[in-house]
Design a protein around this ligand. Structure first.
Ligand code: CP
Length: 309
């Protein structure tokens, strides 16, 4: 059996079918249970961050090293020949790919990873391109949801906060739509889910509903996926009014179903009260740790033909 992800670029979650997502989730579980410290021996992976990151960059680099590979790269794209001397992204990619077996990148512009894949001689993995896509965040989210619920099928999932610009929400909703989930969108009108995504979900027969506070929906949910409401998008009065419906505290979880897990791609600012951190429903720090296993799985499948199949 061939591995369908071998030597593939991973740019958008929409490029992956349900069977491929299940393969990655299964592989992540096996790598979490049984480390493979030599799987990427003699492989060189480039880590190229043109935009700030803590979790994505460090979990990718940890994933490579825990699989026995080597990392080259930069955390500050401003201090490269692209940033300082005006080299094009296309030329930079040609060079980086000639030094490595694969590279992962984050860039502030939508479409940058797709462009890079057109000039790269090795697989490109998108670590986030502007407000567009963050497919590896979705992979770790799916792995975490599967780990906590035992299935991805037919779950009731609420997305809260900035649903307009939140690339993690867009990617995760697209992926979970392959598993017949039901969605609750909890956001101020100014940060509502884009119409094109709602249309896409409805065309697939996915039930979507829209809400102005977490309390309206929390008791029905399996997954409560929090994101940050961005203060800079509102004046102070409007922000203070809005945030009251979008800040999670422990009282709101009093009647939640036992299996409910609260997730957040992080960084958190103040949209989850720190008292929630010790509540049994909180799972966002474990979710962030799962980034190492989900990214190990992706690297293992993209760089080795027979692992995972
Ligand atoms: N969740 C996430 O992408 O975090 P970073 O921006 O720190 O990588």
């Amino acid at each position: 059996m061939t591995n369908p992800l071998y030597q593939r670029h991973i740019i958008s979650i929409a490029d992956l079918c349900r069977a491929e997502l299940e393969l990655i989730i299964d592989t992540a579980g096996r790598l979490k249970a049984t480390p493979q410290p030599t799987l990427l021996k003699n492989k060189v992976i480039a880590s190229c961050f043109f935009e700030a990151s803590t979790r994505t960059r460090l979990s990718f680099e940890s994933a490579v090293q825990r699989l026995g590979g080597n990392v080259i790269g930069f955390a500050d794209g401003g201090n490269t020949s692209l940033g300082k001397k005006g080299e094009t992204l296309a030329d930079s990619v040609r060079i980086i790919s000639s030094y490595s077996d694969a590279f992962f990148m984050r860039h502030p512009k939508e479409g940058a990873a797709r462009l890079a894949s057109e000039f790269s001689s090795v697989p490109v993995i998108n670590g986030g391109d502007g407000a567009n896509q963050h497919p590896t965040q979705t992979l770790l989210d799916l792995f975490t949801i599967y780990e906590t619920q035992g299935s991805l099928e037919g779950l009731k999932v609420a997305f809260v906060g900035d649903l307009k610009y939140g690339r993690t929400v867009h990617s995760l909703a697209q992926a979970l739509s392959l598993f017949g989930c039901q969605f609750y969108f909890v956001a101020p009108q100014a940060l509502a889910m884009p119409d094109y995504l709602i249309d896409e979900l409805r065309e697939k027969g996915i039930a979507c509903s829209f809400h102005q506070s977490i309390e309206e929906v929390v008791d029905e949910l399996d997954i409560l996926y929090m994101t940050r409401v961005q203060k800079e998008r509102f004046d102070e009065t409007e922000y203070q009014y809005l945030r009251s419906g979008f800040v999670l505290n422990t009282d709101m979880l009093a009647n939640a179903k036992k299996n409910l897990k609260v997730l957040h791609p992080l960084p958190r600012i103040d949209e989850i009260d720190i008292a929630v951190d010790s509540n049994p429903h909180a799972y966002y720090f474990e979710q962030a740790r799962n980034g190492v296993f989900a990214r190990q799985a992706l690297l293992a499948l993209v760089l080795t033909n027979h692992f995972g199949v």
